[in-house]
Design a protein around this ligand. Structure first.
Ligand SMILES: [Zn+2]
Length: 133
């Protein structure tokens, strides 16, 4: 039978055609183009959160130093704090003292000194007792 041999020949050729391979590669590259920016953005947000936490830790370390030396400024304490705590920005930034109370990261997206200052102010706010009638 002639048709039987034709079918056998077609079935033996079971590799992918160039069109199928190109289609798969195009689909994979489209998925990568969609997903990659989101993944990179999430990594950046994570670095920012960690950096803000680091800045708060530096502020708290400064406060603990002020128990012994109330006049110490951030400029004076920061090198020692960074050496002692090994705090580093994962986004590649470096910490610098902005004024006597605040610290900032060299990566601008990682929070300004005012945000950190506000947190410290909130932390410093004394608990007000409710007024009794
Ligand atoms: Zn940073």
């Amino acid at each position: 039978m002639k048709t039987n041999t034709k079918i056998q020949i077609i079935k033996q050729n079971n590799g992918f055609t160039i069109i199928e391979l190109i289609t798969v590669m195009v689909v994979i590259s489209i998925l990568a183009a969609i997903l990659l920016p989101g993944i990179l953005n999430n990594i950046g947000k994570q670095h920012k959160k960690e950096c803000i936490t680091n800045q708060k830790a530096i502020i708290l370390e400064l406060k603990s130093k002020r128990i012994e030396n109330p006049q110490i400024t951030m400029e004076e304490a920061l090198p020692e704090i960074l050496e002692k705590t090994k705090i580093k920005c994962k986004g590649g930034g470096t910490y610098t003292a902005v004024d006597k109370d605040s610290v900032a990261c060299s990566v601008k997206e990682h929070g300004s000194e005012t945000a950190v200052e506000e947190d410290v102010k909130n932390y410093d706010t004394p608990i007000t007792k409710p007024t009794t009638p």
